[in-house]
Design a protein around this ligand. Structure first.
Ligand code: PLV
Length: 323
């Protein structure tokens, strides 16, 4: 392995106790600040792991399909590891995100309305150019990479948290969380998975007991916008205590606005959805429904981050939802 390949591309992120968010809950809220990764989201953990393995096997060209953040992670990893990157993004991705990809030296192609269509094009490019496809969420090396965030949390906390809150797009983050919990022996820590209405393929799958493909992504949380979740995420549902919750776009945007004021951190609605777990009282609501039976004294929220947001966009969402 070359020195380039040995370098760690993700950073150990802070875990902080949030007095501001704890004021909204009858328990202590801890935040795992994945927005502080060099690429702005947790994605670099899993994607860099997968890219390194591909390059070790001789790959010279990384091809990624992405709603944005997985692509930025793949482009960053490719640049640092000295190989070429092509990223296919759906047309819903803002131009400034395409520019961020170009800033990482990636070739960018817009294709399709949603991520699933961009992914088909990425598969074509990879087969035509002898490139390696880097899936944004459905690969064991991605989950293994993401699981490192739970190992860090276990190292940093003096006690086991009573619940963990995360979002689900295609389920890569969630699978990483479950694998991390297994690794640190926290098999009994319940996980709350949050999605927004119109990007809720995981909730649809757990309700039906099989994978469901949505017709379209209508949520503003485009980065949660996989039409179908990965099978492993559904399999983990029956192996771990998981509570799948769907919130509105308005709640996700409201959480982004409040978080910006209270923590001075700007995140996209995909991440606002996790924060809505606190701001929209998801835990007390689950308890009222008798669904979360344990006493909750502490909760960890995975602040997954994301680059697809500007103050101007957040203000537009604010007006759109009458906030
Ligand atoms: N975003 C993917 C899929 O988009 C991407 O290509 O970047 N939070 C943020 C900020 C994200 O960007 C994503 C995924 C998620 C959460 C959900 O992660 P997942 O897909 O592993 O469940 C269409």
């Amino acid at each position: 392995m070359s020195d380039k390949q040995k370098q760690q591309l993700y950073v150990r992120t802070p875990l902080i106790e949030s007095t501001a968010l704890s004021k909204h809950a009858p328990f202590k809220v801890y935040l795992k600040l994945e927005n502080t990764q060099p690429t702005g989201s947790f994605k670099i953990r899993g994607i860099s792991n997968l890219c390194k393995k591909a390059i070790e096997k001789g790959s010279k060209h990384i091809v990624s399909s992405s709603g944005g953040n997985a692509g930025i992670a793949a482009a960053y990893a490719a640049r640092k590891l000295g190989v070429k990157a092509t990223v296919v993004i759906p047309k819903s991705t803002p131009e400034f995100v395409a520019q961020k990809l170009r800033d990482e030296n990636a070739t960018v192609e817009y294709h399709g309305k949603v991520w699933d269509e961009a992914n088909k094009r990425a598969l074509e490019i990879a087969s035509q150019s002898n490139g390696t496809i880097i899936h944004p969420f459905d690969h064991p090396d991605i989950w293994q990479g993401h699981s490192s965030m739970i190992e860090e949390i276990a190292d940093d906390m003096t006690h086991k948290p009573d619940v963990l809150i995360t979002v689900v797009g295609g389920g890569g983050l969630f699978c990483g969380v479950i694998e991390g919990l297994k690794k640190v022996g926290w098999n009994d820590v319940p996980v709350i998975t949050i999605e927004t209405v119109g990007a809720d393929c995981y909730n649809a799958a757990v309700k039906k007991g099989e994978l469901v493909t949505l017709d379209d992504i209508t949520s503003v949380a485009k980065c949660l916008g996989a039409l179908t979740a990965c099978q492993q995420a559904l399999d983990y549902y029956s192996q771990h205590e998981v509570h799948s919750v769907v919130i509105s776009d308005k709640e996700a945007v409201d959480a982004c606005l409040r978080f910006t004021d209270e923590h001075r951190i700007l995140v996209e609605p995909a991440c606002g959805a996790a924060l809505a777990g606190i701001y929209s009282n998801v835990i007390p609501k689950l308890q009222e429904q008798g669904k979360l039976q344990t006493v909750i004294q502490s909760a960890v929220v995975i602040v997954c981050g994301g680059c697809s947001i500007t103050l101007e966009m957040l203000n537009k969402y604010k007006s759109k939802f009458g906030l």
